[in-house]
Each structure stands twice: as structure tokens, then as C-alpha cells.
Design a protein around this ligand. Structure first.
Ligand code: IPM
Ligand code: MG
Length: 358
């Protein structure tokens, strides 16, 4: 079987880490008898430099012609918030999410056994382990609501960002969360701010309806401020967390940080039809771009998620994840996760070690 993958290397360390994920995919292909072909897609700050806009015409179509999309990272200080929207890499990211209908963003935060000491949490908390899946709504809410900026008669300029959610949008992300919980430890924690926001009250009522339908899944409501606290206090209590777009943006950074290894965490964004998009959750780290210093593991694990969710190749995905664990267990570290006294390896070498472990 041939699988066609759109590659969006993007900016900063993006090209460095995507290259390693491709190496690993090719090694998987050889071992298991699949072939992967790749189409390069230009998007992000590099596209602004090359053609003047971060999201060139035809980007979504090029991705839609493929079975899945692998993205490195986009963004950098060069294309900052002082630049017009069509030149900013973030604009491209939001546009591709919308154009591919990627409403469900899965961000697993797991504490890998070999890296317990890297967690900033208290030892006894880290010992309990972290294995949660944050399901973030990705194409609605305040990220996509109407924005405005206007002059007031007496208070200077005023700006607004509208947060809107429909029952349809809440139900489809809710279903994803409950289905995932069934494959995991059977618990959904829905995060909202129902003590203040009308969108959250609607969110909660839809989730309660689903909780009745999925009565085999344990369900709880968690207020977002309390959730932020619980993630540092006792993250082991969570299995699947489901929340709206902006809460999910914030909580996923927090959840990744407590695992102590933001360079290790993958993500998947999916809709009702292919292609889904896979990317590491970390940024483009322009300060270390092209220097063989970036950790490719999050991108390699994103490729593993692609094998699992888009291609239904779970033995292959397991093999990649086991290879990563084996390399970490053997003590190999990139600079970002190296304990004091450990000599780190570079991006290329880490990719090669994982291929060899496969
Ligand atoms: C993320 C990022 C993006 C977001 C930015 C770059 C627009 O922070 O994927 O979490 O806010 O969604
Ligand atoms: Mg974010």
C-alpha cells in the first residue's frame, strides 16, 4: 500500500525535525512493507519570504490530495504581530485548520518512564505518572469569532472578540472525547467556565446529554481555573480532558510542561474526513534552527500517531513508540532533555538511533 503524505516543514527547526520523521517513516516502510511518498507544501513564514503570503493559494488543495499531513512548526519573530495578517504564520495555521475541517485536536501528555526526573512536579506527584489526552476544539470559539476594533466617544479605542459555540460543534468534539475514553481508562473530564460564560453553560448541557448516552464512561465537569490547578497538583487523576479552543490552547501548554519534555509531545488534528494533520506541539525554536540541536522525538511520535489514526497501522505505530522508549531507556538525550553530566546527541543522530532501534 502506498500512502501519500503532505509535508509542511515550515520555519525554524521545522525542516530539521520533519527530515528525521521522514527517515523513521521510511524505516517503517522498509520493515513492514509499505511505501510512503511525500509532497512538499510551502506554508508559514518561509512562504511569506518566498511568495509574500504565509498561506499561498492552493495550500489546502495540495494537502487534500494527500492521505495525511505532517507539519514541523511555523512562526518566528521575523513575522511578528506587527506584520499584516496574511504575512503572519499563525494566520496560515488557523486557515489550514479551518479549510481541512480539523475540529478535533488531540494532545496527549505522557510522562515517559525514563524521564520522570525531568518533570518539574514534586517527586511523589510525578511518581504517580501522567497519561492524559487533551481533546481541544480547534475550529470554533473565540479563535474564529467576529473581531472588531472601533473608536468610542469617551473611552478611546475598544476591541471585541466574539466567542460562539453551536450545539453541533460541541456535540461532535464531545463524541470524540467519549469514544477516545472508551479506548483508554474510561473517564472524561469536561472543562468549562459555566459559572460565568453562556457558551460554557451550553457546552455543559450538551456534554451531560452525551454522558448519559455513554453511561459506561465516568464523567465529570471541571471549571477551567480549577483544572489549571489540578494539572500541577495531581495530573494523574485525568484521563481524557475535553475543552473549547482557547482553554485547550492554554491547558495543553501547561499539561505538556508538567511532563518535563515539551520536545517529546506529538499531536493530531482531525475532522470527519481525511487528511488529518500531525505536528509536534512545540514551536519553531528559531534560535537553534539548522544547528542539529532540536529534539525530533515529538515529530517522530506525531508520525506514529499518523500511522495509528490515519493509516490504521497500529503495530507500526507501536513499533515507533517502542523504538523511542528504547533509545531513551538506553540513556540517549538531545540537549533539551539531557540531565546534568550527560553528553547530548544531535537531531540527526537521535533520528538515526530511533531508526536503528526499529
Ligand atoms: C497552538 C498554538 C497556536 C494556537 C498559535 C500559534 C496560533 O499556540 O497550536 O497551540 O493558539 O492554536
Ligand atoms: Mg498553543
Amino acid at each position: 500500500m502506498n500512502y501519500k503524505i503532505a509535508l509542511i516543514p515550515g520555519d525554524g527547526i521545522g525542516p530539521d525535525i520533519v527530515k528525521q520523521a521522514v527517515k523513521v517513516l521510511n524505516a517503517v516502510g522498509e520493515k513492514f512493507g509499505h511505501s510512503f511518498s511525500y509532497v512538499d507544501v510551502l506554508m508559514g513564514g518561509c512562504a511569506t519570504d518566498a511568495v509574500g503570503v504565509s498561506y499561498p493559494e492552493g495550500t489546502a488543495e495540495a494537502c487534500k490530495a494527500c492521505d495525511a499531513v505532517l507539519l514541523g512548526a511555523v512562526g518566528g519573530p521575523k513575522w511578528g504581530s506587527d506584520k499584516p495578517a496574511q504575512q503572519r504564520p499563525e494566520t496560515a495555521l488557523l486557515a489550514i485548520r479551518k479549510d481541512l475541517g480539523l475540529y478535533a485536536n488531540l494532545r496527549p501528555a505522557t510522562l515517559r518512564p525514563a524521564l520522570k526526573s525531568a518533570s518539574p512536579l514534586k517527586r511523589e506527584t510525578a511518581e504517580k505518572g501522567i497519561d492524559l489526552m487533551l481533546v481541544r476544539e480547534l475550529t470554533g470559539g473565540i479563535y474564529f469569532g467576529k473581531r472588531d476594533k472601533y473608536q468610542t466617544p469617551d473611552r478611546g479605542l475598544e476591541a471585541t472578540d466574539l466567542m460562539a459555540y453551536s450545539e453541533m460543534e460541541i456535540e461532535r468534539i464531545g463524541r470524540r472525547a467519549f469514544e477516545l475514553a472508551r479506548l483508554r481508562r474510561g473517564k472524561v473530564s469536561s472543562v468549562d467556565k459555566a459559572n460565568v460564560l453562556e457558551t460554557s453553560r451550553l457546552w455543559r448541557s450538551v456534554m451531560h446529554r452525551l454522558a448519559e448516552e455513554y453511561s459506561d464512561v465516568v464523567y465529570e465537569d471541571v471549571l477551567v481555573d480549577n483544572c489549571a490547578m489540578q494539572i500541577v497538583k495531581d495530573p494523574g487523576q485525568f484521563d481524557v480532558l475535553v475543552t473549547e479552543n482557547m482553554f485547550g490552547d492554554i491547558l495543553s501548554d501547561e499539561a505538556s510542561m508538567v511532563t518535563g519534555s515539551i520536545g517529546l509531545l506529538p499531536s493530531a488534528s482531525m475532522g470527519d474526513s481525511a487528511p488529518a494533520l500531525y505536528e509536534p506541539i512545540h514551536g519553531s525554536a528559531p534560535d537553534i534552527a539548522g544547528q542539529d540541536k532540536a529534539n525530533p522525538i515529538a515529530t517522530i511520535l506525531s508520525a506514529a500517531m499518523m500511522l495509528r489514526y490515519s493509516f490504521h497501522l497500529s503495530a507500526e505505530a507501536d513499533a515507533v513508540e517502542r523504538a523511542v522508549d528504547a533509545v531513551l531507556d538506553a540513556g540517549w538525550r538531545t540537549p533539551d532533555i539531557a540531565e546534568p553530566g550527560v553528553t547530548p546527541v544531535g537531531t540527526e543522530k537521535m533520528g538515526a538511533l530511533i531508526c536503528a532501534a526499529l
